[in-house]
Design a protein around this ligand. Structure first.
Ligand SMILES: [Zn+2]
Length: 445
């Protein structure tokens, strides 16, 4: 992707800057049509699909077409810069041709601007690194529609299901409500059927493709117990990333034989902290040790291990988790390593739940395509989620309206309804309208 094609005159952290960047990339999408019968520009096709995910509204384009018929103008045009609204069939046919990787420079442009404007430093974890949390998510599942890239599962009851999954990588920070999406890595049928095999293969591919771009910033990779396996740990180190992965006894028998042996002879290092939660006293017991073999065998990678067990005053266990890492652990940083390791739950809770719960219906709306459509739509959904996150970080009006309306669902209900009935001249004009009607005061500084 040539830099000038991607370059927007506006900040990509704004609503309009994101639209302009996606539009510029849309202009480079393959157009399989020949001749002059090309009523819709490829940019309109890409922006139309994006708008549906951005507003989480399958009927957005139909409403805007009706508005266009009546007023020769619509919110599709004024907000999303769509000149001709395509049908769902056109979107399916034309987007199926292009690979989702075509959109990855948008994620990179967001990261670069966060770095240039020093906002990235607000995301550094307790150890000073950027924390990239990896997690697998299925973004499509059907018993009917399928394509050449679908994973095929034969169930015991004789039914067959078709699915698409990906490993998402997101920048997280302990205690920070926002997560920043990085490019995803799609799971392909050749990655295997087992959840661990397929996620590990995709995560390794992500590292090989993308890590060189990020490693100089100082990155620690986070993941659940599926990632604390030697091939992934080695791939992370090779890519000049650090790692903190959840490490459970059931899947790491050799390592835990050492841990339990050392525990019995009081050879583990221990740090104890007591906290008053406002309601009761809780006790955090951190244990750690260096240089344990991650698995059986002479070629086992040596890793550092730590554990947190939280109890109440009666000794009842309230929380426990354990991690392996390549970071050197000491009495001062063990709390930070555990805190950074725990930050990975954010990717499960926020980013991927949005993909699962909201992406499904919207993707089904367009049908399935033959090649790339499903993964490309999932990428647009990630970009829509990312754009909302950026506005929640940078736009005063957006923050105030979201806070006022409370639940995320309610915010989307409001903007869907407004765009169905009222023509706004711009995204900012819509936010101004909402601020006024909700009697919210903008910041004057
Ligand atoms: Zn498929």
């Amino acid at each position: 992707m040539a830099a000038q094609l991607l370059k927007s005159f506006k900040s990509i952290l704004t609503f309009n800057g994101m639209i302009e960047t996606i539009r510029n990339i849309g202009d480079t999408f393959k157009d399989k049509r020949s001749g002059k019968n090309t009523q819709y520009e490829m940019r309109d096709i890409v922006l139309s699909a994006y708008s549906v995910f951005y507003l989480q509204c399958p009927s957005f384009l139909a409403y805007q077409q009706a508005m266009e018929n009546e007023h020769k103008n619509s919110n599709a045009r004024t907000l999303f810069e769509i000149e001709q609204i395509p049908s769902d069939n056109h979107i399916r046919d034309l987007l199926d041709e292009e690979k989702p990787e075509k959109l990855f420079p948008v994620f990179e442009a967001v990261f670069d601007e966060l770095a240039e404007t020093k906002k990235l430093d607000d995301f550094r974890g307790g150890l000073g690194d950027l924390l990239f949390a990896f997690d697998g998510v299925e973004h499509y599942n059907s018993q009917n529609l399928h394509c050449s890239q679908c994973k095929v599962t034969h169930h015991k009851n004789g039914k067959i299901s078709y699915s698409h999954g990906m490993v998402t990588s997101v920048l997280v920070k302990p205690g920070c409500p926002h997560v920043i999406d990085l490019p995803p890595e799609f799971i392909v049928p050749q990655d295997g059927h087992d959840k661990q095999d397929s996620e590990n293969a995709a995560a390794k591919r992500w590292l090989a493709t993308h890590a060189a771009r990020y490693c100089a910033y100082g990155v620690t990779m986070l993941g659940d117990d599926l990632y604390s396996r030697q091939p992934v740990c080695e791939a992370a180190l090779k890519a000049k990333f650090h790692f903190i992965f959840t490490c459970k006894p059931g899947s790491h028998k050799t390592l835990y034989e050492y841990v339990e042996g050392l525990r019995k002879t009081n050879m583990l290092y221990v740090v104890e902290v007591s906290r008053w939660t406002g309601k009761r006293r809780e006790f955090d017991k951190y244990s750690y040790i260096h240089q344990l073999p991650l698995r059986e065998g002479d070629d086992a990678l040596q890793v550092n291990w730590c554990e947190l067990v939280t109890t109440d005053s009666t000794g009842k266990v309230l929380y426990s988790n354990s991690y392996v890492t390549d970071h050197a652990i000491n009495d001062d940083n063990v709390t930070k390593i555990v805190e950074d390791g725990r930050a990975r739950w954010k990717t499960e809770n926020e980013n991927n739940n949005t993909l699962k719960n909201h992406g499904y219906n919207l993707e089904h709306n367009f049908g399935h395509g033959q090649m790339n459509l499903s993964n490309l739509l999932a990428t647009l959904n990630l970009l829509a989620f990312l754009s909302h996150t950026l506005l929640a970080m940078t736009s005063d009006a957006y923050q105030k309206i979201r806070r006022h309306l409370g639940a995320r669902k309610k915010f989307f209900e409001h903007i869907r309804t407004l765009t169905h009935y009222i023509l706004f001249s711009s995204w900012d004009a819509m936010l101004d309208f909402m601020m006024e009607k909700l009697k919210l005061t903008p910041n004057t500084t």
